[in-house]
Design a protein around this ligand. Structure first.
Ligand code: PGA
Length: 252
């Protein structure tokens, strides 16, 4: 049984008050699920990570922290970048690489996504690598080909760098479902998750690989999605900004 992973990606939203509200909500609601059942990750903007980490520790919260992005570089003259080693110093356990907004709005390439993933591994931060097809590819019946093309560089690097068995997650986030209110159906997501596992299984063992779904996940549709055998959790944008909804998602 793979442990469920519920990750909230705040994107360019939230403030220090929201960080405090999350700690309070998790303390007040006493989620039925515990750390043994589920990893519950919040990815706030990076400037809040240090203070958030202190608060999580002092309140013994169930929450864990993730970063929304990380540098392709390890250190040096790269103004504005944040290195994976800096994240691990702050007890940030997870890092997202290759979110569709980074790939499209910031023209991030497959190779850059791989470099980010490898830097996270090297710093002992668990990578959450995102893949997802645009609507045109799905409508043309080419969704699997597109996803495979994003997975091959990732899986090749995993095999070449001897990373078999290291904890990580793949987030399947069809672009047409992200922020649109139009989630993939459980069947569509299950079918792609099984495909993702089969592609990566050509390179490394995938029994422990968590494949999580993202794209308009809410407490209303999460139960049906997560009932699917290859859906090991969720990456949540919009609904992760509401502490009550996020507690509900952690408890699905
Ligand atoms: P959404 O975003 O839940 O708002 O669709 C998902 C994501 O971008 O990870």
């Amino acid at each position: 049984m793979r442990k469920r992973l519920i990750a909230g990606n705040w994107k360019l939203n939230g403030d220090w008050s929201l960080c405090q509200q999350f700690i309070a909500a998790f303390a007040a609601e006493k989620p039925a699920k515990q750390q043994a059942d589920v990893d519950v990750i919040v990815c706030p903007p990076a400037v809040y990570l240090a203070r958030f980490a202190e608060l999580i520790q002092s309140e013994s919260s169930l929450l864990q922290l993730g970063a929304q992005d990380v540098s392709t570089e390890k250190q040096g003259a790269y103004t504005g970048e944040i290195a994976a080693t800096m994240l691990s110093e702050l007890a940030v356990g997870y890092g997202i690489a290759g979110h569709s907004e980074r790939r499209h709005r910031f023209a991030e390439t497959d190779q850059q996504v791989v470099n980010k993933m490898l830097n996270l591994f090297a710093a002992n931060v668990t990578p959450i690598v995102c893949v997802g097809e645009p609507i045109e590819q799905r409508e043309a019946g080419k969704a699997e080909d597109f996803i495979e093309s994003q997975l091959i560089p990732v899986a090749t690097a995993l095999a070449e760098q001897g990373l078999n068995g290291r904890p990580m997650a793949i987030a399947y986030e069809p672009i047409w479902a992200v922020g649109t209110g139009k989630s993939a159906t459980p069947e569509q997501a299950q079918s792609m998750h099984a495909y993702i596992r089969s592609v990566i299984a050509r390179f490394i063992d995938t029994d422990e690989l968590r494949v999580i779904y993202g794209g308009s996940v809410t407490p209303d549709n999460a139960t049906a999605l997560m009932a699917m055998p290859d859906i090991d959790g969720a990456l949540i944008g919009g609904a992760s900004l509401d502490p009550k909804q996020f507690v509900a998602l952690a408890n699905v």
